[in-house]
Design a protein around this ligand. Sequence first.
Ligand SMILES: [Zn+2]
Length: 196
Amino acid sequence: MSQMRGAPYRDALDADGQLLYEGHDVPRSDEHPFPKLVDQSRFSVRGRPTENGKFADWTDRFLRGEVPPARFHVYEKLRSGIWTFRGPFLLKGYRYEQVDGRRVFRFQLAAIDEIGNDGEITEVVPLEELQSRQIPTSVKQEVYKRDKGRCVLCGSRDQLHFDHDLPFSKGGASATPANVRLLCARHNLSKGAKIE
Ligand SMILES: [Zn+2]
C-alpha cells in the first residue's frame, strides 16, 4: 500500500487533532466520464481492491485486533511540485457516507508523535502541538532560496518537500531555516512508514 500524499485540506484537522482524508474517486472512463458524480468504490472493475478498499480492509482488520494500525506520513501540497510534511498519522477508522448525492470514503487519521521500538504508539499529539509543527511560510521561502530549489541530497527538482532535520520530539519543533531542508520525494519518502 502506498503512502497517502497530498491530503486534501478541505478536510481540515478537527478539534481532536484528527484529519479526515477523503477516498479516491473512480478513474475516469467511458463508463464513468464524471468521477465526481458517482460513488467511490472499494473494488476496481476487475474486482480487485482499490486504494480505498485496501485502506478500509486494513482498518477493518485493525479494529478486529488482527493487525497493527496503519501509519502514514501526510504531506500537504503547497503548490505544484512542492510538498510539506505534516507529520505521522494513524489510520483509526473510516466512514462510507453520503456526500453531495454520492457515497464517499472518509478515512479518520489521528496525529501521532513517535512509534516506540516495540511498535507501540507512545503519544497522541494534541492539536496545539500539531499546529506548532507547521513550518512558517517565511522559513519555507528562506529554505527554498538557500537550497536553490533542489533536493539537498541529490539535486533533483522533482516533487520537493520541506523536511525537518530533527524529529519534533528531539527539539525540532521550532522551525528555523537551520533545521529545515529541501528533499525530493524519493529521499523524503525513504524516511517514511509504509504498510504492505
Ligand atoms: Zn533527492
